[in-house]
Ligand binder design. Structure first.
Ligand SMILES: [Fe+2]
Ligand SMILES: [Fe+2]
Length: 201
């Protein structure tokens, strides 16, 4: 992984790169903060490879787990205030920090760019429509160099050959893991699976 030093244009956030990094350092635990930095760098690598917007990849990578350490009550309040599907209340932080977390990114970091917000929103359970940036963040979170699970090397290789195939691989592995361990499946995960995984001729 190349270490990228990124200058922000001011288009998507009023903060400089270093200010945004500082903000996350104050918000997150050390290990989560370091994960976020690796996701950012992986996302920028992928953006360079696939010709996506590097600045958006950097910002989305940095903020994707912004809400990860919020207390449950904060999420419950937002789910009610924004009248999000009450089905969400049956889940927890693992789902909420993406599906709901983008609202904190918007309201507290002042980031309004829809591509960035969608990338944050979709990074945990995916979505039937993920544009290139959303695919990059979904995959960067999965393959960043700190990840170590059976299949991670394959996941990295596939992602560097085809982003969409990477998305299919991760989505299939995630669903398989949930089913094999009798864990609940958030319905959007099934929708994501059907959109990305089956081979259609
Ligand atoms: Fe996350
Ligand atoms: Fe993450």
């Amino acid at each position: 992984m190349t270490i990228h030093k990124i200058e922000y244009s001011g288009r998507y956030t009023d903060l400089s790169h270093d200010q945004l990094v500082q903000k996350l350092k104050e918000t997150l635990t050390t290990s989560r903060f370091e994960h976020v930095l690796r996701v950012e760098q992986t996302a920028v690598d992928l953006a360079q490879q696939y010709g996506a917007n590097i600045e958006k990849a950097s910002i989305a990578g940095l903020v994707h787990d912004y809400a990860k350490q919020r207390p449950d009550d904060d999420f419950i309040a937002v789910i009610k205030q924004y009248r999000l599907p009450s089905e969400l209340l049956n889940y927890g932080n693992a789902i909420w920090h993406g599906v709901v977390g983008w609202i904190f990114v918007k309201n507290e970091l002042g980031i309004d760019d829809l591509d960035i917000l969608h990338a944050v929103q979709y990074h945990t359970v995916g979505h039937q429509y993920m544009n290139q940036l959303a695919q990059i963040i979904y995959m960067a979170d999965y393959i960043e160099p700190g990840r170590d699970f059976p299949g991670v090397t394959e996941a990295r290789e596939i992602t560097h050959q085809s982003l969409a195939e990477g998305v299919a691989y991760q989505t299939q592995q995630t669903l398989k893991y949930l089913v094999e361990n009798r864990k609940p499946v958030y319905p959007q995960t099934i929708v994501t699976y059907n959109a990305w995984v089956p081979k259609r001729n």
